[in-house]
Write a protein that binds this ligand. Structure first.
Ligand SMILES: *[C@@H]1O[C@H](CO)[C@@H](O)[C@H](O)[C@H]1NC(C)=O
Ligand SMILES: *[C@@H]1O[C@H](CO)[C@@H](O)[C@H](O)[C@H]1NC(C)=O
Ligand SMILES: *[C@@H]1O[C@H](CO)[C@@H](O)[C@H](O)[C@H]1NC(C)=O
Ligand SMILES: *[C@@H]1O[C@H](CO)[C@@H](O)[C@H](O)[C@H]1NC(C)=O
Ligand SMILES: *[C@@H]1O[C@H](CO)[C@@H](O)[C@H](O)[C@H]1NC(C)=O
Length: 386
């Protein structure tokens, strides 16, 4: 009898836990819908949308975690808190509309508590009330949380638009593949249309194929999702796109100082195989620039067949770098056209620069990544080519 009572109680308890878990999930998803309604990305009144990219924070335990590769005299007073301070200053200086963290956000191997690490690493974004998005690098999962666990934690954080994976797509490789739409200005004819499309992908960590050494890559399942998403979006309007992930594509090796802007001070640490994602991007046609991190002392942008391939340069102080070469961040500003009647139109240009973590947050390497070709000119050019 006593045994039966215990069984009944246990069954009842697990049942109510199940109900609780389900209610929580339902509440979470509806608040997400409300949340993303409020946080619908949109160009602001000055006709701009500004993105701050933070690459390779390598955050660990905060004040206790020392800096790597700073000058000998800087070492004593340098920790993860310098990374925090740099983000805060960048947010102040640029007032971005979106902050994107392109992986190796935490340095799993040196983190005693990955949740505390993530809370601290993303804190400046969370407290700024600015929407933010993150993808995974190859070091985020090196503590007690798996890649899945890390991404699940991130998507539950405040003010993030990060998503775990696209709903209704079935199995897709990686964790944190998603897209965000940026709508036109309130009051313009583009108020309900995406006029800038942002793609975020998980470029993996390491190859799991024994005969292929080295880093991971963007798998066919992810490329298929990208292709479908891009096609669907382009069916609605010809909005330009930007793609953010961690590990550079092999095509980043196509440049030298004669045809890029910025610095190349180390090799391109892409996967040892070419998964074809660059070709997929060129075929899709909407993505105008790709932004990665991973190689901390490369910070260049170069253009190959109409797509700019850009590094942000290393941001974090507990990451390898180059002593005396400032940590840095990349900013992208997308600007709108004015229609002939004076109302705001579609995207006119996409520009970028970097800022250094020096006293003045010096801005360097301004460049135009893309600008709308007046349709009349294009027709003329094509005609001449024929
Ligand atoms: C790190 O922050 C401390 C305290 O604000 C500052 O004194 C130091 O110069 C910073 N170090 C670097 C390398 O920026
Ligand atoms: C945009 O959507 C809202 C809400 O659905 C609608 O009331 C409004 O008329 C739409 N505006 C335009 C310009 O399409
Ligand atoms: C996009 O439009 C084309 C032509 O109308 C159609 O064949 C295709 O199925 C559409 N694709 C998607 C993903 O909606
Ligand atoms: C950049 O210039 C080098 C020669 O200096 C050339 O080999 C390479 O193909 C160029 N890359 C691109 C993308 O134009
Ligand atoms: C301005 O012109 C565009 C088309 O070029 C039109 O869609 C829009 O409604 C016009 N806006 C105003 C305020 O007249």
């Amino acid at each position: 009898m006593a045994r039966m009572m215990v069984t009944i109680i246990v069954v009842l308890c697990s049942f109510s836990v199940l109900i609780l878990a389900n209610t929580e999930r339902i509440q979470r998803s509806s608040s997400l819908i409300i949340g993303s309604g409020i946080q619908q990305l949109r160009f602001h009144k000055k006709g701009e949308f500004r993105i701050l990219q933070v690459a390779d924070m390598h955050y660990a335990d905060g004040r206790q975690t020392p800096c790597e590769d700073v000058l000998p005299e800087q070492f004593a007073h340098c920790s993860d808190l310098n990374t925090t301070f740099f983000i805060e200053r960048m947010i102040q200086a640029e007032k971005p509309d979106l902050i994107v963290f392109t992986g190796d956000n935490i340095y799993g191997a040196d983190t005693t508590d990955p949740v505390a690490s993530m809370n601290a690493a993303f804190a400046p974004a969370v407290t700024s009330n600015i929407p933010w998005a993150a993808v995974l690098g190859n070091h985020d999962q090196e503590s007690t949380l798996s890649r899945e666990g890390v991404m699940r934690y991130i998507v539950g954080m405040k003010h993030t638009l990060s998503q775990f994976n696209p709903p209704g797509v079935g199995l897709i490789d990686g964790f944190g593949n998603y897209n965000l739409e940026v709508r036109g200005i309130e009051g313009s004819s583009y108020v309900n249309k995406s006029i800038l499309n942002l793609y975020f992908l998980d470029s993996g960590d390491y190859s799991t194929v024994p005969s292929i050494p080295g880093y991971g890559w963007i798998k066919p399942s992810q490329q298929f999702w990208f292709q479908q998403t891009s096609m669907k979006l382009q069916n609605k309007s010809k909005a330009p796109g930007l793609a953010y992930f961690h590990i550079p594509l092999p095509e980043y090796a196509s440049f030298d100082s004669s045809n890029f802007t910025g610095m190349k001070q180390e090799g391109i640490s892409s996967a040892s195989v070419n998964s074809g994602f660059f070709t997929t991007l060129v075929e899709a046609g909407d993505v105008k620039a790709v932004f990665t991190g991973h190689d901390h002392i490369n910070d260049f942008c170069g253009q190959l067949t109409g797509i700019h391939l850009c590094y942000a340069g290393g941001f974090g102080y507990h990451a390898y770098g180059k002593a005396g070469w400032s940590r840095r961040a990349r900013v992208v500003v997308v600007s709108l056209d004015k229609e002939s009647n004076g109302s705001w139109g579609a995207v006119k240009s996409i520009k970028t620069w970097k800022r250094l973590d020096d006293e003045k947050l010096t801005a360097i390497d301004d460049q135009v990544l893309w600008s709308k070709t007046p349709s009349g000119n294009r027709r003329k050019k094509e005609h001449t080519a024929v």
